[in-house]
Design a protein around this ligand. Structure first.
Ligand code: GLN
Length: 432
C-alpha cells in the first residue's frame, strides 16, 4: 500500500554508525529531498535537479547517522518546498495515509506520510512557513520547527533562508525531541547557528527528550483569538478540547491577542518569494542540475533551462519575487512586508511577557482532497495563516495530534519563546 502513497523519490540507504548507543541507535530516518545526501540524488522535487548528486551530506544527516540512525530514503516534497500539499512535486503527489484521496500536507508531505505509514521511525522536513508542522498535522504525527539558528542549514537547498529551519517528524513527542537533541547546536558551516551557552536564558545542557515529561502543572497557555477566527469549526472544536485537556492537567489558559498576525500570510509570501527569486538564480544550467540543449547564447540557454526545469508554482514565485524586489516596487512591497514582520515579532514578544506557550490550530482546515487547491494558489497560501507568523518571528513551535474530526487528523500548534524548545516539548507531551 505504501508504494501507492508515493512517499519516496529515491529509496537508498546511508547506514548509521553501528557502534552508537543512545535513543537513535537502530532508528530509521526518511530525509526530505531538499536535504543533501552524499552520493544520493537530491532533487528538491524538481525536474531541474532530477539527476543532481551532492558531493557531501548536510550536517543534520551526519549528526543523525553518527548517532546510529539509518537513512532509508529521500522523501517527496513540493518543488523546492513551495506548496502546502506536496502536489507541486515534479514526481507526482504523495497521498495521505489517513485517507489516500487527500493530500498529506506540505511541503514535507513525503516525510510526514512516511512516519504515519510506518515506513520510517523518524523523518526530516524543512519548515519555511509551516512545512514541517502542516504535514505533521494532516498526517497525525508530531513535527517540531526549531528556533531559527538552533539547527544547521548546511546542506539544505535554500528556498527562503531568513525563515527556514530543518525539523524532526516522529510518531511521538519524545522521539521527535530525541532527534532534535542530536540535530541541535552550533555548526561552523552555518554562521546563523548559535552556541546556546551564549544565548540569554537558554540552557546549553538542555535535553529536549527529558522535557517530554507531560508536566504542565502551573504552565500558562495563551490562546490567541486571531488564530481561531476563520478556521473550520470541526478543527476548532477538536483543538479546544485538547486545550481543555491541558487545563484539566493543571495548566492555566488565558485569551490573548496577536493583532498583527492578520498581515502575516501576505508578509510571508512577499518575503519568501523575494528570497526565492534570489536563491533560485543559481539554477542556470551551468553550475548545478540540468541544462537544456541550446545552440543559442548564454541568455537563451539560461532561459530555456529554467523554462524546462521549473514547474508552474516555482515560476510564479520567481516572477512575483523579482517584481517585489525591483526598483520602484521594493518600497511598496518588500519593505512593507519587513515592517509587518517586525510587528508580528513584537506581538509575540509582548504575549510571552504573560504566557509560557501559545496554543492554536496548526492548520485552519482539514486535509484538502487531491487536486482541490492546486489550481487555486491563493486558497493554498491562506491555509498557512497560523504557521507563517512563527517563521516571521523565528520562534520554536510544534504540531501535535489533537484528535480527529470526521476520521481525519487535526493538529494543535504550540509556540514558545526563542530557544525555549523545552517548554514547547513539555506542553506538547501533555497533549498526546
Ligand atoms: N506553504 C508554504 C509555502 O509554500 C510553506 C512552505 C515551507 O515551509 N517550505 O511557502
Amino acid at each position: 500500500m505504501s508504494a501507492d502513497l508515493n512517499l519516496f523519490i529515491t529509496e537508498e540507504t546511508i547506514e548509521g554508525d553501528a557502534d552508537a548507543d543512545g535513543p537513535l541507535a537502530g532508528a530509521t530516518v526518511a530525509v526530505k529531498d531538499n536535504i543533501s545526501t552524499e552520493g544520493i540524488r537530491t532533487t528538491c522535487g524538481s525536474e531541474m535537479l532530477a539527476d543532481y548528486v551532492p558531493p557531501y551530506s548536510a550536517t543534520v544527516v551526519e549528526r543523525l547517522t553518527d548517532a546510529g540512525a539509518t537513512v532509508v530514503g529521500k522523501t517527496n516534497m513540493d518543488e523546492f518546498g513551495m506548496g502546502t500539499t506536496t502536489e507541486t512535486s515534479a514526481f507526482g503527489p504523495t497521498r495521505n495515509p489517513a485517507d489516500p484521496e487527500r493530500v498529506p500536507g506540505g511541503s514535507s508531505g513525503g516525510s510526514a506520510a512516511a512516519v504515519a505509514a510506518g515506513e520510517a521511525d523518524l523523518a526530516l522536513g524543512s519548515d519555511t512557513g509551516g512545512s514541517v508542522r502542516c504535514p505533521a498535522a494532516f498526517c497525525g504525527v508530531v513535527g517540531i520547527k526549531p528556533t531559527y539558528g538552533l539547527v544547521s542549514r548546511y546542506g539544505l537547498v535554500a528556498y527562503a533562508n531568513s525563515l527556514e529551519q530543518i525539523g524532526p517528524i516522529a510518531g511521538t513527542v519524545e522521539e521527535a525531541a530525541a532527534a532534535l537533541d542530536v540535530m541541535a547546536g552550533r555548526d561552523p558551516h552555518d554562521g546563523t547557528t548559535r552556541d546556546l551557552s551564549e544565548v540569554d536564558g537558554a540552557d546549553p545542557d538542555a535535553s529536549y527528550a527529558a522535557a517530554a515529561d507531560g508536566d504542565v502543572d502551573g504552565l500558562t497557555v495563551g490562546v490567541p483569538t486571531e488564530l481561531f477566527e476563520g478556521a473550520d469549526e470541526r478543527v476548532v472544536e477538536t483543538v479546544e478540547a485538547a486545550i481543555a485537556d491541558l487545563e484539566a492537567q493543571g495548566a492555566e489558559t488565558t485569551d490573548i491577542s496577536l493583532p498583527s498576525v492578520e498581515h502575516a500570510v501576505q508578509a510571508y509570501y512577499v518575503i519568501a518569494m523575494a528570497e526565492a527569486s534570489s536563491n533560485l538564480a543559481r539554477f542556470d544550467g551551468v553550475r548545478y542540475g540540468n541544462r537544456s540543449e541550446s545552440d543559442g547564447n548564454w541568455n537563451e540557454s539560461f532561459a530555456e533551462t529554467r523554462e524546462a526545469g521549473f514547474g508552474a508554482e516555482v515560476k510564479r514565485r520567481i516572477l512575483l519575487g523579482t517584481y517585489a524586489l525591483s526598483a520602484g516596487y521594493h518600497d511598496k512591497y518588500y519593505e512593507k512586508a519587513q515592517d509587518a514582520r517586525a510587528w508580528v515579532r513584537r506581538d509575540f514578544e509582548d504575549a510571552f511577557a504573560d504566557v509560557d506557550v501559545i496554543a492554536s490550530p496548526t492548520m485552519p482546515v482539514l486535509p484538502f482532497e487531491l487536486g482541490e487547491s492546486l489550481d487555486d494558489p491563493l486558497r493554498m497560501y491562506l491555509a498557512d495563516a497560523n504557521t507563517t507568523p512563527v517563521n516571521l518571528a523565528n520562534l520554536p513551535a510544534a504540531s501535535v495530534p489533537a484528535g480527529e474530526a470526521e476520521g481525519l487528523p487535526v493538529g494543535l500548534q504550540l509556540v514558545g519563546p526563542k530557544f525555549d524548545e523545552e517548554t514547547v516539548v513539555r506542553a506538547a507531551s501533555a497533549v498526546e
